[in-house]
Design a protein around this ligand. Structure first.
Ligand code: AHM
Ligand code: MG
Length: 338
């Protein structure tokens, strides 16, 4: 039995970066996850279900649990002192810590504290998504270059799923590893070492209600998924929870594709590049899968602002490649036509 903390240390020693700072940072994320897990579990009893009354920078109503989860992560990262700044879905601007120790910390964390929050009230699995970058500047104030880094610079990507059991999954570029939370002793235990996604699968996940607004390439891909072809195991099966963490997690373990494409109303789709698409893309690639905006690799995209959106096609490699080929054939100019 190996705990998350033991595993992180072991991995750091293998790659020769065992200064302890990164281990402590990941441990701080684990601490916040446990508190959020407790609150999510008790939400129906403790009066923290429902709207908070606030609206975030994307114009979405904030739920009480969104705000609570955001506060817990900020608190844990501030107290842990290994993170110099946070980019959060719930904060318009970058949160920069400026106390004596923390302002020299090496890392920057981007996070969606509670993803899939429209599912909170109905007891459906939700999650936290996080991305860790190493800052470029040390000893000065945080710069734009520290904050707006491409996914290729990512040090760690991961998520926590608050589901029928709570799990923390992460990668630092040496495989994808999953830990299940044991609530009786309060620790994350390694349960899914070295997760791999199959090259193809039979699940497709997309909000088909947006069909009429989709690019032609996406419409063709949906039809492809629905055609009868025994050699490729089609028709596939459709599964869409509406919670990226849960949809991605299922497809990672079973094989499949998740899509949130651009549409005529929102050509860049809905998901945020830095704290939703990029960490998931790192995990997908590390598991042997693929992540794309329909034309280019998600990890190669250079963010221009912290809340930037991007279309996302992610999961089993062959399935993403098929979707990309239909996008190129039938909707080559879709993203240029904004
Ligand atoms: P959120 O960060 O505001 O919760 O939005 C992201 C979520 C994803 O988890 C999910 O896949 C998607 O939004 C669902 O959107 P839709 O309801 O348009 O299908
Ligand atoms: Mg989200």
């Amino acid at each position: 039995m190996k705990t998350l903390v033991e595993f992180i240390w072991e991995q750091q020693e293998i790659v020769g970066t065992a200064t302890g700072e990164f281990s402590r940072l990941l441990n701080d994320i684990g601490i916040a996850a446990k508190i959020v897990n407790r609150d999510v579990n008790r939400a129906g009893l403790s009066g923290i279900i429902g709207d908070d009354g606030g609206v975030n920078v994307q114009g979405e109503n904030q739920k009480k649990l969104d705000v609570m989860a955001n506060n817990e992560f900020i608190k844990a990262l501030r107290n842990g002192k290994q993170c110099a700044a946070i980019i959060s879905e719930e904060n318009d601007d970058v949160i920069v810590f400026d106390d004596k120790t923390t302002k020299n910390a090496k890392y920057i964390v981007a996070l969606d504290p509670l993803d899939g929050s429209s599912n909170i009230e109905v007891n459906v699995s939700i999650g936290t998504i996080f991305a860790i970058y190493k800052r470029k500047s040390i000893g000065t104030t945080i710069t734009k270059e520290d904050v707006l880094q491409a996914g290729t610079e990512l040090v760690c990507g991961g998520y926590v799923i608050y589901g029928s059991s709570t799990m923390l999954i992460y990668t630092t570029g040496f495989g994808v590893h999953g830990f299940t939370y044991d609530p009786t002793c309060g620790i994350f235990i390694l349960s899914h070492p070295d997760i791999k996604i199959t090259d193809t699968g039979n699940i497709y996940s997309i909000n088909e209600a947006n069909y009429i607004y989709f690019p032609e390439g996406v419409k063709r891909y949906i039809k492809y998924c629905q055609e009868d072809d025994a050699t490729t195991n089609r028709p596939y099966t459709s599964r869409y929870i509406g919670s990226l963490v849960s949809d991605f997690h299922r497809n990672l373990l079973r094989g499949g594709i998740y899509m949130y494409p651009g549409n005529l109303k929102n050509p860049q789709g809905k998901l945020r590049l830095m704290y939703e698409c990029v960490p998931m893309a790192f995990l997908a690639e590390q598991a042997g899968g693929k992540a794309s905006d329909g034309f280019q690799r998600i990890l190669d995209m250079q963010p221009e602002h912290i809340h930037q959106r991007s279309p996302l096609f992610i999961g089993s490699k062959s399935m993403v490649e098929k979707a990309e080929s239909l996008m190129r054939e039938f909707s080559p100019d879709f993203l240029d036509a904004e």
